[in-house]
Design a binder for this molecule. Sequence first.
Ligand SMILES: Nc1nc2c(ncn2[C@@H]2O[C@H](COP(=O)(O)OP(=O)(O)OP(=O)(O)O)[C@@H](O)[C@H]2O)c(=O)[nH]1
Ligand SMILES: [Mg+2]
Length: 200
Amino acid sequence: MGNINFRKTTFLKAAATIKQCPSQELPEIVLCGRSNVGKSSLVNALADNSKLARTSSSPGKTRQVVYFEVDKSLLIADLPGYGYAKVSREKSEAFSSLCDDYFTSGRKISLALILLDIRREPSDKDIMMLDYLNSTDIPYFIVFTKCDKMSRSQCLTRQRQLADMFRFSPDAQVYAVSSDKKLGITELADGIADFIGSLS
Ligand SMILES: Nc1nc2c(ncn2[C@@H]2O[C@H](COP(=O)(O)OP(=O)(O)OP(=O)(O)O)[C@@H](O)[C@H]2O)c(=O)[nH]1
Ligand SMILES: [Mg+2]
């Protein structure tokens, strides 16, 4: 059982370009998913610190790759969300290319967390992201977000429906969380710690 204290999470830096990304002495996990899915809120829920990552009800809040260091054990990279149409096309392409470039930049990614809103239909970008990851050897977990928006049983039904729509890798662990209500957060933290522990 891995042992990482997520309460010891601190902001490290924000990078607007791949070149500004910090060097990698620690294993890195990346959070990816469409804008507004709850990536930054998940960082805060894991760390139990609502002031750590900036969140917003208007999508497109995180425009850089924001790095957090957890308990001197791992880095979390909060990627800009994809698929936010309201920013100018130019800006939107810059974000999404930062997200795309991230995976092809040669950075070592120990684990990707793919966040999917439990209530929403998968977007083209979600499907592209998953197809892409399936074509690489980057391990990933699926994290269904905003599970407080439905009952437990609805949530389970919905998870099965979404699992049918996507092609998740058989190796992918699947979690259902609510950052607002702190549901499933401990389970996810334990899953991440175990996974990181198994790398060394
Ligand atoms: N009900 C509910 N709302 C949530 C949850 N997690 C996040 N939200 C809300 O969803 C909105 C977006 O959350 P963020 O964490 O900023 O989303 P993000 O994925 O970081 O968005 P970008 O930075 O734009 O890519 C905010 O209004 C949050 O309060 C959750 O578990 N339950
Ligand atoms: Mg964000």
